[in-house]
Design a binder for this molecule. Structure first.
Ligand code: FAD
Length: 407
């Protein structure tokens, strides 16, 4: 029996355990994760870790001894298969049962993979876990041609690293621009041009139909729907995740695109919380829409809300979304959610590799994408949080710092 049982030892689960101890929670805590490693940072997996610039020890969320010192039982290599909300117990994949006082569901998501001819080939990889990336790294010495399926942040980050490692990289994107789900067109075109300049081939409006495979069960080429064949000795798939909600769905939790939670991160099941990538919540920065956010910010902030709620403190999730992405020497920082903007202002010249895009809706600032422009990111945050109707002529003038732009 544990007073608090946390399922998923990723960013959100680990942070929930840390926050509970910071709040002086004295009951027992277990952190159960199905990976065999202690909690680690996921963002470097498509950046410094893949590049070989950071060892695993440097991306661990805490030193291995931390968990024991804080009296947090870390159970790695354990998958929770079933949740019984009435009996307040979970069943592990090995049939062991663990009882709980309260449960925090923090299972993230599993990478969406392709389902087509040849898609089971051994050299088709996801980029979600250390195990995925270790497999990619082990195969790099014998890899020349990499096809990255999906032009989202993870695919583009992987493309940037692999290009630097002198692989021949092609990004295949089914829509007409990269980053279409998360950014406005100006930013998409900027990153598309940058990748091309760096030697990446980008195929837009290109759909994968299947893979050619050899007798070793390895893909040798990607077949596109228009008949073209792209030779590949490695394929990386970055087309999003499917939230890991199975056991909670089976237990009767309200779910849709993820596990539905309220502003306290409580699910519809008594004494069960959900946080991080798997939790769908109403977000005021998305105009109140019920969304899942896949970011370290959201994982950490929801973890803190759940911990405070458990401690009986008044706290509602209302954090401003922020995110970053590193590609080549470009440091992108975003704040807010640009979806639904009806106007945007470009501050600075993208050709200078130092600019920001300010997104507005109904005249109010809702988000910024800042490329090598940390000052705009820091100063623009307040405008997003307060939904300020900033003067758009002044906003476009980089001589005026954002904090001095008038209404
Ligand atoms: P996760 O970190 O995925 O943790 C969930 C854990 O639960 C996993 O270890 C999983 O194995 C485990 N689990 C699942 N099911 C079960 C089960 N039934 N029983 C036990 N354990 C289970 N965000 C940013 O803000 N900036 C970035 O630059 C950025 N880059 C990224 C790059 C990559 C390659 C990836 C994959 C993600 C990146 N993200 C980034 C997103 C960020 O890492 C996630 O939003 C964050 O990890 C979410 O935390 P989480 O705890 O909800 O899920």
């Amino acid at each position: 029996f544990y007073d608090i049982l946390i399922v998923g030892a990723g960013h959100a689960g680990a942070q929930a355990a840390i926050a509970l101890r910071q709040q002086k929670f004295e009951g027992s805590i277990a952190l159960i994760g199905n990976e065999k490693y202690p909690p680690y940072e996921r963002p470097p997996l498509s950046k410094e870790y893949l590049a070989g610039e950071k060892e695993f020890e440097r991306i661990m969320l805490r030193p291995e001894s931390f968990w024991g010192e804080r009296n947090i039982d870390l159970l790695t290599g354990c998958r929770v298969a079933k949740v019984d909300p009435d009996e307040r117990k979970v069943t592990l994949a090995n049939d062991d049962e663990v009882k709980f006082g309260k449960l925090i569901w923090a299972t993230g998501g599993s990478p969406r993979m392709l389902d087509c001819a040849g898609s089971q080939a051994r050299n088709i990889h996801a980029v979600r876990s250390r195990a995925d990336v270790d497999k990619i790294m082990a195969a790099l010495p014998t890899t020349q041609n990499v096809v990255v399926v999906g032009g989202g942040y993870i695919g583009l980050e992987a493309a940037a690293v692999l290009t630097k490692l002198e692989k021949k990289v092609t990004v295949v994107e089914s829509l007409d621009r990269v980053l279409s789900r998360v950014a406005g067109e100006t930013l998409s075109r900027f990153y598309e041009a940058e990748h091309r300049r760096q030697g990446v081939t980008i195929e837009l409006e290109a759909t994968v139909e299947g893979f050619e495979t050899n007798d070793d069960g390895m893909a040798t080429a990607v077949k596109l729907a228009d008949g073209r064949i792209l030779p590949a000795d490695m394929v990386i798939v970055g087309i999003g995740i499917i939230p890991e909600t199975g056991p909670l769905v089976a237990a009767g939790a309200a779910t849709g695109n993820g596990v539905d939670v309220d502003q306290h991160c409580r699910t519809s099941l008594n004494k069960i919380y959900a946080i991080g990538d798997c939790a769908a919540h109403s977000n005021r920065y998305a105009n109140g829409a019920h969304i899942r956010l896949e970011s370290v910010q959201n994982a950490n902030d929801q973890a803190k809300v759940a911990a405070l709620d458990i401690m009986g403190e008044e706290c509602e999730y209302d954090a401003v979304p922020w995110f970053w992405s590193n590609q080549y020497d470009l440091k992108l920082q975003t704040v807010g959610i640009s979806t639904g903007h009806d106007e945007y202002i470009v501050r600075g010249n993208p050709d200078d590799r130092h600019f920001s895009i300010v997104y507005l809706r109904d005249g109010k600032v809702i988000a910024l994408d800042c490329v090598n422009a940390t000052k705009d990111y820091v100063q623009g945050r307040k405008a997003v949080v307060e939904g300020l109707a900033l003067n758009t002529v002044e906003l476009a003038n980089t001589d005026i710092p954002i904090k001095e732009v008038g209404l």
